[in-house]
Design a protein around this ligand. Structure first.
Ligand code: GAR
Length: 228
C-alpha cells in the first residue's frame, strides 16, 4: 500500500521539490496527499499546486496555544488521508497532540550534523563555530527540538572563512539527496527502531579495510605521510 505523505513547509520548499521529483520518478513508494503550510505565502504551496498536489494552510497566529494549532493541523492532514508527515523547512515545534496522532510517522530534516547546532540557524551557527565538517540530518521527530532518532546524515567539508549562507547552499544540495532516500526507506517499511537506534533493513554497511579504517571525510585533507 502506498504511503500517504503530508509535507509541511514554511518557506521555499526546495526539499519539497526534491521529494516531489523523486515521487514522480517512482523512486518513493508514496503519494503526496497534501502540502501544508502555516504561511499562506510559502512558495512551497506554489510548487505543490503546479504539480497538481492539494494544499492546505492554517495560520498559527490564529490560535492562542500550540495544542489548539496542532489539533487543527491533525484534522486537516487526516482529512486528506495522510499517514506520514515530512517536515521540510516547517518552522514550528510540534506538541504531543500532533505527535501522538502520527506515532513514529513524523520525520524532519535539519541542516546540521545533530546533535550539534540544533535550532533555526544551524548552518550559520556551524560556520560561526568554525567547524571543518558540516552537514544535515534526517530524524524522527519527538517532543524536543531537533532531537529524535537519526535516520541518515550527510557530511560536507567546510572551506575556511565560509559564510553561513554559502554553507547553507552547500548543505541544501545534500538535503535534497538524503531526504528522499529516507522517505523511500520509510515507504518500503525498511526502518525499525531500537530505542534511539534506527535500523534500515538491507542498507549497505560501510566497509572497513584490514586496519579497521572505513571510508572517512577529513578536512583539511591529510598530507601524504599521514594519509595511509
Ligand atoms: C532547509 O535547509 C531545512 O533543513 C531547514 O530549513 C530549510 C528549508 O529549505 N530546516 C530547519 O532549519 C529546521 N530546523 P526549503 O524550504 O528550501 O526546503
Amino acid at each position: 500500500m502506498h504511503m500517504k505523505l503530508a509535507v509541511l513547509v514554511s518557506g521555499s520548499g526546495s526539499n519539497l521539490q526534491s521529494i516531489i521529483d523523486h515521487v514522480e520518478a517512482g523512486h518513493i513508494n508514496a503519494e503526496i496527499a497534501v502540502v501544508f503550510s502555516n504561511k499562506e505565502d510559502a512558495y512551497g504551496l506554489t510548487r505543490a499546486s503546479s504539480h497538481g498536489i492539494p494544499t492546505a494552510v492554517i495560520r498559527h497566529t490564529e490560535y492562542s496555544d500550540r495544542e489548539q494549532f496542532d489539533a487543527a493541523m491533525v484534522q486537516v492532514l487526516k482529512d486528506h488521508g495522510a499517514d506520514t508527515i515530512a517536515l521540510a523547512g516547517f518552522m514550528r515545534m510540534l506538541t504531543p497532540v500532533f505527535l501522538n496522532a502520527f506515532p513514529m510517522r513524523v520525520i524532519n530534516i535539519h541542516p546540521a550534523l545533530l546533535p550539534s547546532f540544533p535550532g533555526t540557524h544551524g548552518q550559520r551557527d556551524a560556520a560561526d563555530f568554525g567547524v571543518r565538517l558540516a552537514g544535515c540530518t534526517v530524524h524522527f521527530v519527538d517532543e524536543k527540538m531537533d532531537h529524535g532518532p537519526v535516520i541518515i546524515q550527510a557530511a560536507t567539508p567546510v572551506a575556511p572563512g565560509v559564510d553561513g549562507d554559502t554553507l547553507a547552499g552547500q548543505i541544501l544540495r545534500l538535503e535534497h539527496r538524503i531526504y528522499p532516500q529516507a522517505l523511500a526507506w520509510l515507504a518500503d517499511g525498511r526502518i525499525s527502531l531500537d530505542g534511539r537506534h534506527v535500523h534500515i533493513a538491507g542498507a549497505e554497511e560501510p566497509v572497513c579495510d584490514t586496519d579497521g579504517v572505513g571510508p572517512f571525510l577529513v578536512n583539511p585533507p591529510l598530507e601524504k605521510a599521514f594519509a595511509s
